[in-house]
Design a binder for this molecule. Structure first.
Ligand SMILES: C[S@@+](CC[C@H](N)C(=O)[O-])C[C@H]1O[C@@H](n2cnc3c(N)ncnc32)[C@H](O)[C@@H]1O
Length: 261
């Protein structure tokens, strides 16, 4: 994985964190942590983000590629909230496939899909987002919400997304980030480092899982640094859209259309 300290905003990097090389670094087994907290994952997402996560996923819809009969893959789908968000544009989406490694997250996700009657055309598969079983050029859009920072090798995962997209297809990567405004950043980090892990720990019974959250976000490349990773993976027209003052960011990039090859 990309070295974390290279990509951090300097003002978000306090001394104490800088001396902790393991902070936020995904090692490939992160999905096991989600098996442990799956029973409280949705509740905590809504609570800890003050429901902003719902709005953030909605913003992904606005950037879907044009056209109908879209085939959409959602990597690190977890309990399927991105697939359920796609339901809002069901008339444009022919196929929605969610991929995750955590069987507990998938179990809850499948239940949600069933409850919403999203059976036909929508499915969930247990697979590694960095190495999926799908053929190249299979999807019009690949979405990934709050998943890329959990990958042991974000660059390899972006290369996999690029492989899976049809020429002209679009990658939409939503990730938690830290605000750019200095004052806001200080308040945010106070919440993120001290309050959020306590609430997350109390409700999920797994405080370490919610300490991993802030460490992994703070250590992960964001804004231009992440855009560069997308460009390196072959995407063009790469752009990033800060959401809620930069608490999350939506990254978009396209695979070159067939004529351009
Ligand atoms: C923060 S959750 C995001 C879930 C969902 N996308 C959402 O919007 O709430 C991260 C997800 O990534 C999954 N994950 C972690 N490593 C993975 C891997 N190598 N392949 C597939 N999924 C993985 C976890 O199991 C977890 O469900």
């Amino acid at each position: 994985m990309v070295s974390s300290s290279q990509h951090r905003r300097p003002d978000a990097e306090p001394q104490a964190r800088a001396t902790r090389p393991e902070a936020g670094a995904a090692n490939g087994g992160e999905w096991r942590l989600f098996d442990r907290i799956a029973h409280r994952y949705d509740l905590l997402n809504r609570l800890l983000s003050a429901r902003q996560d719902v709005l953030w996923r909605n913003r992904v819809l606005r950037r879907l590629p044009a056209g109908d009969d879209l085939r959409v893959l959602d990597l690190a789908t977890g309990t399927g909230d991105m697939l359920l968000t796609l339901e809002k544009v069901r008339d444009r989406v022919a196929v929605g496939v969610g991929v995750d490694m955590s069987s507990q997250m998938l179990k809850r996700g499948r239940r949600k899909l069933d409850r919403r009657g999203l059976g036909a055309g929508f499915s969930m598969v247990r697979a590694d987002a960095g190495q999926t079983p799908f053929a190249p050029d299979s999807f019009d859009a690949v979405t990934m919400a709050f998943g890329i920072r959990n990958m042991p090798d974000a660059a390899a995962c972006l290369a996999e997304i690029h492989r899976l997209l049809k020429p002209g297809g679009r990658a939409l990567v939503l990730e938690l980030t830290t605000p750019t405004h200095r004052r806001l950043l200080q308040a945010y980090l106070c919440y993120f480092r001290h309050i959020l892990p306590r609430i997350g720990g109390l409700i999920s019974g797994d405080r370490e899982a919610y300490r991993y959250l802030n460490r992994s976000v703070e250590a992960f490349p964001q804004d231009e640094a992440f855009c560069q990773l997308m460009k390196d993976a072959g995407f063009q027209g790469v752009a990033h859209y800060p959401l809620s003052c930069g608490a999350a960011t939506l990254y978009a990039g396209d695979k070159r259309p067939a004529a351009a090859y």
